[in-house]
Design a protein around this ligand. Structure first.
Ligand SMILES: *[C@@H]1O[C@H](CO)[C@@H](O)[C@H](O)[C@H]1NC(C)=O
Ligand SMILES: *[C@@H]1O[C@H](CO)[C@@H](O)[C@H](O)[C@H]1NC(C)=O
Ligand SMILES: *[C@@H]1O[C@H](CO)[C@@H](O)[C@H](O)[C@H]1NC(C)=O
Length: 455
């Protein structure tokens, strides 16, 4: 039987008499299951078993707990976390062989185990996962059962996918770049990235970040037709929270402040902290207004810019597109003391701001306040920035040009929300522009100036 066929056979249905995930030798799982990680774990019993036995991401291997020093080293891992709401991560140690082109990972183990997973932290989103190649992970017992290593070494590897929603800066950071930072930081550059569903322009765009995390060339997983062997592999990316890092889940208290420092170093950004007002009276604080051209357009951006200038800001209006030179844009953002924009992916550029600057998010109608705060507000605060959220009034929404004022869209946004994400997105995110009432908005700008004075 061919190597590929063997994999297909063994991974499709697993009799998990001895599901040797983690270092547990006892087995409780008698049902025959297929672990379709990324979609569902077919037995709730099994998933709770895995949860109870998976070693938390940040904890060192619990050596000694079951006398692991007596076990063959290659029996120590895999350790998988299937319970996390957003990501599935498996860590393998020992003799691991990866054949990218057939999306297979094999690992030496005396107990048979096999599962499939999509190494992209959007487990709850079938649409994103439809663009992520599934990887099968299968054990082998005897050396001859697995293909021979064409390339081997001592460098560990991380396998992940840049499928999903890559190209949207919010997703670039929240789904891959920040999780990759969390997952790879421990290796201090001595790690190889095997990347599935690669888009060359994406790799090029984020090259400063990627080369900052790994000093080895990236392997294009789907087109890699050699067998590469590693002593240590992490499949999937660790995810903590939207656009951010939870220091309590990392080994050395890694935080968004570290990510900020890392990003500034990667792009050679000069400013660590905002300009303190007062010291130099001629120096005006710079406010960047992120323009949006297609949806959620700030229709009176000129008027807002004038109002900000009137209060003493120097104003820059810019928008980064897919083709924008990110290094140049990052420098522009870093030269500013504040950034504002209507809720949207462009706000992800806050990661380039110095510390102690202010992010102002303008939130359109449609009960988007909580979402807006989770996506950008809390992450900016985690990076020691000040955050101001401005919820627009009905008069500031162009929805009043489309719907009568007693329409459900205004009177009962919950009803629209209940119709599902597609309806909500269409009404409030794709077909609503914003015209800020500069008199009402003035207080927000003054508050941002106050923050700069306090420094
Ligand atoms: C990858 O595998 C497919 C068959 O599954 C084959 O047709 C293709 O040529 C391979 N590509 C490379 C670059 O090895
Ligand atoms: C991008 O901008 C930076 C900084 O201005 C510059 O050094 C670099 O050459 C630019 N890259 C490309 C591909 O234009
Ligand atoms: C930011 O501001 C706070 C006070 O608001 C101050 O304690 C902190 O040192 C500042 N951080 C930097 C990096 O300037």
């Amino acid at each position: 039987m061919g190597y590929d066929q063997k994999l297909i056979r063994s991974s499709s249905r697993v009799k998990c008499r001895k599901l040797h995930l983690a270092f547990v030798t006892t087995c409780c799982c008698l049902v025959s299951v297929t672990l379709l990680v990324g979609y569902s774990v077919s037995s709730t019993k099994l998933s709770s078993w895995l949860w109870n036995h998976a070693v938390p991401a940040a904890a060192p291997m619990a050596g000694g707990r079951i006398g692991s020093q007596n076990l063959d080293k290659r029996e120590l891992k895999p350790v998988c976390d299937f319970a996390d709401a957003r990501s599935v991560v498996c860590e393998l140690e020992g003799d691991i062989r990866i054949h990218g082109n057939s999306s297979s990972i094999l690992f030496a183990s005396s107990s048979p185990a096999s599962w499939q997973m999509k190494p992209h932290p959007r487990k709850d989103d079938p649409n994103a996962l439809s663009r992520v190649t599934q990887i099968s992970v299968t054990s082998f017992t005897a050396d001859g059962d697995a293909p021979r290593c064409a390339v081997s070494g001592s460098t560990p590897a991380i396998v992940f996918s840049t499928g999903g929603y890559m190209g949207n800066p919010f997703h670039d950071f929240t789904d891959v770049l920040i999780p990759l930072f969390i997952t790879s930081f421990q290796f201090d550059g001595e790690v190889r990235f095997l990347v599935g569903d690669i888009a060359p322009w994406w790799i090029q765009k984020y090259e400063p970040i990627l080369t900052g995390l790994s000093r080895h060339d990236i392997i294009d997983l789907n087109r890699d037709d050699v067998v590469r062997c590693f002593p240590h592999v992490i499949v999937g990316l660790r995810f903590h929270k939207e656009m951010s890092i939870d220091p309590s889940r990392t080994q050395n208290g890694l935080s968004m402040l570290d990510f900020g420092r890392f990003v500034r170093r990667s792009f050679a950004l000069r400013r660590e902290s905002a300009t303190k007002l007062g010291a130099d009276r001629d120096k005006k604080p710079r406010l960047l207004i992120i323009a949006r051209r297609a949806t959620r357009v700030l229709e009176n951006v000129d008027q807002v810019a004038r109002a900000a200038r009137g209060l003493g800001f120097e104003v820059v209006v810019a928008e980064a597109g897919r083709k924008t030179n990110l290094t140049a844009f990052a420098r522009l953002v870093n030269s500013c003391d504040g950034m504002m924009g209507v809720h949207g992916a462009g706000l992800a550029n806050f990661v380039f701001l110095p510390m102690n600057t202010t992010l102002i998010q303008v939130v359109p109608l449609g009960q988007l306040d909580e979402l807006a705060r989770v996506d950008f507000g809390t992450p900016a605060e985690d990076m020691e920035m000040k955050y101001l959220q401005y919820g627009i009034s009905e008069e500031e929404s162009t929805l009043i040009e489309r719907y009568p004022r007693d329409h459900t869209v205004f009177k009962d946004p919950t009803a629209i929300t209940k119709q599902g994400w597609t309806a909500r997105r269409s009404v409030y995110l794709l077909n609503q522009n914003v015209k800020i009432d500069v008199v009402r908005f003035r207080d927000v700008l003054i508050q941002a100036l106050e923050f700069l004075r306090q420094e």
